[in-house]
Design a protein around this ligand. Structure first.
Ligand code: WQD
Length: 346
């Protein structure tokens, strides 16, 4: 298939692009590079040994998005482009609704006009808010408790209405749990701008000496060791879930949501311990108050994806930590110190 990946230069997007190319698909990437680096796409090409088209445009630029669909005979879209920091969304909600929701409307209108009706949408476990219990099923209550999560929920509702208006649409909504790790080559990985919000990139920056210690947000949660429990999933397993979803879209129409997680929960202290064992690096710790909006526990029931997508995570937490460390140790400043260009003109 010829697949458009929006946000393809990002952490998750770049890993999906490598697997799409390796699987023989033709690839078009659309990314405004607001939270990613063109260097990642050059490395995607090097890893896959295949070329592809990249347009540096924003989903807010309706004319440019239309031109992408006019210039490329697309079969499907994997839609990842969007803002994804919970704390930032609380401070700048309008940016999140414009970027995530309005951007998706522009994309879906261009898809509809072009007759492209296969869509894999990047959603998030954040749509579940504070779960009543774990493991979390796709039928668990949806109750996002921040603008980022609400933007994802709004988009899911929009996609349901779109399918109801035209049943020819094939839509897979993938709810990511906690993606971590990196491609085994260490060439592509998570490259947060500024101080990392998420646990693993913060740990790897402590391990490489860029941060002096890990602050653990809360050790008084109702969990075995008091720290927060999450379902960490290797970004390569997550990427594979997208290819499996695309295969399903090629077989049947409809809309369905899938939890992409391992089904196992690990606490912050578990992760620190596994990381230290896997890398031989020491992570100094300091406990602090809980982070607003954090939940005690969140891990998936991934049975529906196994049944309907024939997908399951296969990589363990040790591999996730070792791969995250390899990326960080080979790229101490991420993609920052490399500036090669790759963009096509529309
Ligand atoms: C994991 C655990 C923290 C950093 C978020 C988004 C979610 C998704 C993934 C986009 C928690 C603890 C963290 C630190 C810490 N993003 N922690 N010290 O919050 O589960 O999910 O990222 O889709 O939507 O909500 O991930 O990595 O931030 O936190 O103690 O410096 O690590 O309290 O228990 P989270 P996280």
């Amino acid at each position: 298939m010829k697949v458009l990946v929006t946000g393809g230069a990002g952490y998750i997007g770049s890993h999906i692009c490598v697997q799409l190319l390796e699987a023989g698909h033709e690839l078009v990437v659309l990314d405004n590079l607001s939270n990613s680096n063109e260097e990642a796409l050059i490395r995607v090409k090097e890893l896959a040994g295949r070329d592809f088209t990249f347009y540096q445009i924003s989903l807010q630029d309706r004319n440019a998005v239309e031109r992408v669909f006019q210039k490329n005979e697309l079969d499907a879209v994997v839609h990842l482009a969007g803002s994804k920091a919970v704390g930032e969304s609380v401070s700048f909600p309008l940016d999140y609704y414009r970027n995530n929701v309005a951007g998706t409307l522009v994309l879906c209108e261009a898809m509809s006009r072009a007759g492209v009706r296969r869509l894999v949408f990047s959603s998030s476990a954040t749509v579940y808010g504070k779960p009543d219990k774990c493991p979390i099923h796709e039928q668990s209550p949806l109750r996002a408790n921040n603008p980022y999560g609400r933007s994802k929920l709004m988009i899911e509702d929009i996609l349901h209405d779109l399918h109801a208006s035209d049943p020819r649409w094939s839509i897979a909504v993938l709810r990511y749990f906690n993606p971590i790790g990196a491609h085994r080559s260490g060439l592509i990985g998570e490259d947060p701008k500024g101080e990392p919000n998420n646990l693993l990139p913060y740990i790897t920056q402590v391990a490489i000496g860029q941060r002096d210690k890990l602050i653990i947000f809360g050790n008084d949660y109702p969990t075995p060791d008091g720290t927060g429990i999450r379902d960490y999933i290797h970004v390569e397993d997550l990427a594979c879930g997208h290819l499996k979803a695309l295969e399903k879209l090629g077989r049947q129409t409809g809309i369905a949501a899938y939890n992409l997680g391992t089904g196992k929960g690990y606490s912050v202290l578990d992760i620190v311990r596994v990381f230290e064992r896997a890398t031989g690096r020491h992570i100094p710790l300091q406990f602090a108050d809980r982070r607003p909006g954090d939940v005690a526990e969140s891990y998936a029931y991934p049975g529906k994806a196994k049944l309907e997508l024939d997908w399951a995570a296969i990589r363990g937490i040790e591999e996730m930590c070792a791969d995250a460390w390899r990326w960080q140790s080979l790229n101490p400043y991420g993609y920052l110190d490399v500036h090669r260009s790759y963009a096509n003109t529309l």
